[in-house]
Design a binder for this molecule. Sequence first.
Ligand SMILES: CC(C)(COP(=O)(O)OP(=O)(O)OC[C@H]1O[C@@H](n2cnc3c(N)ncnc32)[C@H](O)[C@@H]1OP(=O)(O)O)[C@@H](O)C(=O)NCCC(=O)NCCS
Length: 130
Amino acid sequence: MAAVVRLAVPGEAERLDAALEAPDGVYGLLLSRQTSGECALLVAEVGGRPVGAGLLRWAPRDAVVRERFGDLPEISNLQVHPDEQGQGHGTALVRAACARAAAGGHRRVGIGVGDDNPDAARLYLRLGFA
Ligand SMILES: CC(C)(COP(=O)(O)OP(=O)(O)OC[C@H]1O[C@@H](n2cnc3c(N)ncnc32)[C@H](O)[C@@H]1OP(=O)(O)O)[C@@H](O)C(=O)NCCC(=O)NCCS
């Protein structure tokens, strides 16, 4: 079933920690960053149940990236529950983040992936990231 992607809302941090099996407090921290305007926290849901989440930061975290690319928005903290991977939810989250960035007037979006994560890198390459 295709996921619906929406913005996280105040008060749901604990529910996200539990549903996505994140350590306690992770989504509270990410939600506080959304509240401060630093980023948008996107939640992918299937039938009202969170199956994944990701951040769209309005500026890169890393000073080297910022120096090279300026204040381009950056996708980070992408996570789909292990039982739900491979069903298009990660793709839906990345597309929703890109649409949100475009709506904010941004023509480029950054994404970072470790050399030790070729599976995720393959997804980003397929979605058009270089
Ligand atoms: C990377 C991740 C967000 C992708 O979400 P997803 O819902 O599985 O992705 P989709 O179903 O939209 O796309 C599947 C693609 O994702 C990639 N992928 C990465 N890890 C995967 C996994 N464990 N299972 C399935 N696909 C995975 C593959 O490229 C796959 O493409 P393929 O069908 O050609 O193999 C998810 O697998 C995940 O949470 N992984 C662990 C955390 C992580 O690595 N986050 C990214 C940090 S940069």
